[in-house]
Design a binder for this molecule. Sequence first.
Ligand code: AMP
Length: 252
Amino acid sequence: MTALYKDITALKDKRKSLKAKSIGFVPTLGGLHAGHIALIKKSLAENSTTVVSIFLNPAQFNDPSDLEKYPSTWEEDFSILKQLNVDIVFSPDKNQIYHDDYTYKIIETAISNDLCGAARPGHMNGVLTVVMKLLNIVKPDKAYFGEKDYQQYLLVKNMVHAFFMDTEIFACPTVREESGLALSSRNRRLSDKYKNIAPKLYATIRQKKSIDEMRAELMSYGFKIDYLTKKWDRVFVAAFLDDVRLIDNVPA
Ligand code: AMP
């Protein structure tokens, strides 16, 4: 049976009463797809209790129109989680999470302003703050993040280490469509024309070519490149197709 918790105090009380051997946690923004489901299945396989949060975190959206356009599919999401037999779905209200009006923040000063942080000021602070809050509420033994958002995974892992938190952070491989396109809630916004071009992002960065060659190739397909760079032994890219921002990364 899947239990739904919207209230933070109620979930904290439940957490206190849980004698689970191991609690796994998967935080999401909702708009669930097979990428999220892979993380959830890993948690279900490795833990006696799995908690999944659905929280569209306003603090990580620097662009209000991006937040507005984000898919809202709560009913669908909840029915997927019930079918998977997730133990607890946590779907808090933003006023409860940000009862302090976001006056307290986690700020990382080394890598959060790079890559996605450079293009989206404050984005990574918003991510880290909400993950800190969620980890403090859920107190999981293990939490699962996707390699698709590799910089986010790294920042969360480093934050947990920096603050001596008791959760182990795991990365899961990027789940892709058959075309190679990394699954993302934002893909729903691609028109048919752009949906056919989008897989070129992965096809291009997985070639062992120079950054300049890959940049030229992506531009020729019509991508507007936000960043394309090698870092941490990986190739990272963010690019717009129409007004949809796609990101991806692969081992270099
Ligand atoms: P989001 O709802 O976009 O914040 O994603 C929630 C979690 O799912 C994050 O840890 C993401 O990195 C992960 N995720 C999103 N898309 C994928 C994907 N295609 N493959 C694997 N993990 C993913």
